[in-house]
Structures are given as C-alpha cells and as structure tokens.
Write a protein that binds this ligand. Structure first.
Ligand code: VAH
Length: 314
C-alpha cells in the first residue's frame, strides 16, 4: 500500500491521481497537513498528517501496512528564503523521519530533489550528474543535504530510496506554491483571464522546465526500475526543455494573439540566476530509460486545452 505525504501540493496532486490509476484508489492513501474538511472530496482516502510528527507517522504506516512512501511535503525556494530555519526543519527533518522509518520497516521511498541543488559556481548549461552542488538557497541546501542523507541510508542500511532533480514543473491540476519557476504556471491563468501577465523574472532568464505529464511518468518509471539498474542514489538529473519568459510569452501569443507580457523582476531573479539553464541527464536515460515527450509547443497547447475547460472564456 502506498502513502503520499504532501498529496495536496503541485506534484502530490498529480502523483496521487497517477498512482491511483495504476494501483486502485484504495491502495493509495493521500495525506497532507490540511484538515480533511479543507480537502476536495476527490482526494479520499485521505488522512491529515504532519510529517514532523514522527510517532503519528510511524503509527499510521504500521496501521495501514504501508510499503511505499512518496514524500512530497516541502517548502519551495522563494518561500524558504522568507522562513529559512522553519523551512530547513520541514524539508530536512521531514525527510529524515521518513528515511528512519523506512530503515526499520523496509519501505521503498521516493522524494523530489531539484535542479536547485546547483549553485552559481557550477556549469551554466548541461550541469553534469556529478557536478559542484553549492546552492545559495535554503531550499537548495535542504535538497543537497537530503540527497546525501538518502545515499547514506541506502549505502549503510540498504534503504531503497530514489529521487529525481525536478526542473521547474508546469501543470494545470494544482497551483504551485512559493517556487521561483511558478511564473511559468501563473502566466497561463492570467493570460486566459486578462490577456496579460507581469513576470517576476527578467525576459532572458532561461531555466530548465518540464511538463508535469513528463515528470509523473519519469517518477513512476524510476520507481518501477529494477534496483540493480540504479547507479545514482542522490538524485537523478532529468531534462526536458529550457526556456526564458520571453520564449514562453511568444508561444502563448500563438494561442492568444492579444496577450501582453510585462516584466517586474523581484528577489526571485537572484535565485533563478543561481541555477543552470539545462542539465545532462545521460544517467537517467541509461539507467531507467528516461525520455521526455513534451516540447514547449506541445506543453503550451496541452495547458490551454485543459485550462480552457476550467476557466470561462472572456
Ligand atoms: C521552485 N518549483 O521553484 C521549484 C523547483 C527548480 C524549481 O524546485 O522552488
């Protein structure tokens, strides 16, 4: 049975749906800090859970006979800069609680790392799998530490914990919260409602990005791979596409000709500039057959196809 921690988040919402399609809803228990009454009916079976409450987490895992945990609860990059120690605590202690229970109960674990592990002194393009990881954000520091703890629990205790360094993720099922790449999601909602968007990054800020469909498929592919195929136990680089705000604006303009983009860079510009524009994902391709399916045009087309149903057209 699978437990998803952070099932109400941008990734959690989509992974929950995908895992339930494969395993049946009754075999995938969703959890998040939100109270049951504050969650959509569709997310059931659901339990309110704070991953920092280790005893409750362990009791739940034993009671529900959980064998796999997808740990997706964390504070993202921009928000973590506003609450450094609280974010470090959630991102680090939350993962350690999961890893230590996995050690005693033999659980298989997935948790998301991020291209935020890279810092400004690493290669700007095609960051290698084993590159310098000296991030300048609390979020990035927690992801590097999380990767090293994961490798430690795998190498010393045999915990089967797997991770992917996600790029910025674009999706239409759940709003992202507090990320530096969130502009690439908000822009679609604003474009449909107001035919304009004011971007908090500069026009040429190129970042690695990915459509959520690719990210979810990669996650299931990694988790289904035979353990002996895996040569990376920190976090796998994967790459789908890179674009700058001006390129996304141009692609959106093909669907909404009157769309106007404005720019008002804020503190997130510095975070974005510390990250690479692309990563080298040869290890993921070789070890478990990673292969992206969505390019910029396909992603934008699919986003509008889905959102036009959700947002009444002006
Ligand atoms: C963030 N969406 O912006 C996340 C992601 C690479 C970016 O880690 O913080």
């Amino acid at each position: 049975k699978i437990l998803i921690i952070g099932a109400c988040g941008q990734i959690g919402t989509e992974l929950c749906a995908a895992l339930r399609k494969v395993n049946g809803a009754e075999n995938v228990l969703a959890s998040d800090v939100k109270l049951l009454n504050d969650t959509p009916f569709t997310i059931r079976p659901y339990v309110q859970l704070n991953v920092l409450d280790r005893h409750t987490l362990h009791t739940l895992i034993l009671k529900e006979k959980i064998t796999q945990v997808y740990h997706l609860a964390a504070t993202l990059s921009a928000t973590a800069e506003k609450h450094p120690l609280k974010s470090w605590d959630l991102n680090m202690q939350g993962l350690l609680n999961v890893l230590d229970i996995a050690k005693t109960d033999g659980l298989k674990v997935f948790w998301p790392s991020s291209i935020a592990v890279f810092g400004a002194n690493g290669p700007k393009a095609f960051s290698p799998q084993h590159a310098i990881t000296e991030p300048s954000t609390v979020y990035g520091i927690s992801k590097v530490a999380g990767e090293l703890w994961s490798k430690y629990y795998h190498d010393l205790y045999g915990v089967d914990v797997r991770s992917i360094r996600y790029p910025g993720l674009i999706s239409h099922s759940a709003p992202p919260g507090g990320g530096t790449t969130d502009y690439a999601v908000d822009i679609f909602y604003q474009a449909l409602r107001f035919r304009q968007y004011t971007c908090f990054l500069k026009p040429h800020t190129t970042l690695p990005m990915m459509y959520m469909e690719d990210a979810v498929r990669a996650t299931l592919q990694l988790m289904d791979a035979p353990a002996e195929r895996l040569t990376v136990r920190t976090g796998y680089n994967i790459h789908a596409l890179s674009f700058a705000p001006e390129q996304l604006a141009q692609e959106i303009g093909k669907h909404l000709p009157t769309f106007k983009m404005y720019y008002q860079p804020d503190a997130r510009q510095l975070i974005a500039e510390s990250w690479p524009a692309s990563v080298d994902d040869r290890y993921a391709r070789n070890d478990w057959g990673w292969q992206p399916q969505y390019d910029l045009s396909a992603m934008v087309t699919d986003m509008f196809k889905n959102l036009k149903q959700e947002i009444p057209q002006t």
